[in-house]
Design a protein around this ligand. Structure first.
Ligand code: ZN
Length: 148
């Protein structure tokens, strides 16, 4: 057992590990439940995520992609946009979406219709698709090193 970690906020309580269920609902598929790790202060009830928990949460989120069928997890969409150095408005224009709609897909508040999903999957698998769409829209790409 590791020594107690004191709360960085109130400096009175200690951080106690907690788990929160995050439920994802890709269309036509059973809900996907991911147990996310966090810590909660025993005194002020502040919740925070420690570095090792963050890494574990990312791994758990990545593992859920197996249950997603044809859908891309939101963070994959976000990473695709970042890889090409696209702002939300620029990426939305490129795909013919509103920035709000693309943001909802990235945060999985909503899921794209099948046709849009096919376009997003194609673009994720093949950077030439993004380059072609960007050229059509006159959008400059600034590729960055963001892991897939
Ligand atoms: Zn506290």
């Amino acid at each position: 057992m590791s020594p107690p970690i004191h709360c960085f906020s109130c400096h009175t309580g200690t951080l106690v590990p907690v788990e929160r269920e995050k439920v994802f609902t890709p269309p036509g598929l059973p809900p996907v439940v991911v147990r996310m790790q966090a810590c909660r202060c025993s005194h002020c009830k502040l919740e925070t995520v420690l570095e090792p928990q963050y890494a574990e949460n990312l791994a758990r989120l990545a593992a859920r992609a197996k249950a997603y069928g044809a859908y891309l997890p939101g963070e994959v969409l976000h990473a695709m946009r970042r890889r090409h150095g696209l702002s939300l408005p620029a990426a939305a224009k490129l795909f013919g979406l509103s920035p709000v709609t693309l943001s909802r897909y990235e945060n999985e508040v909503a899921y794209p219709p099948l046709a849009v999903n096919k376009l997003l999957r194609l673009a994720n698998a093949n950077p030439v698709v993004i380059k072609t769409l960007a050229d059509i829209e006159g959008i400059a790409l600034t590729p960055t090193l963001v892991p897939r």
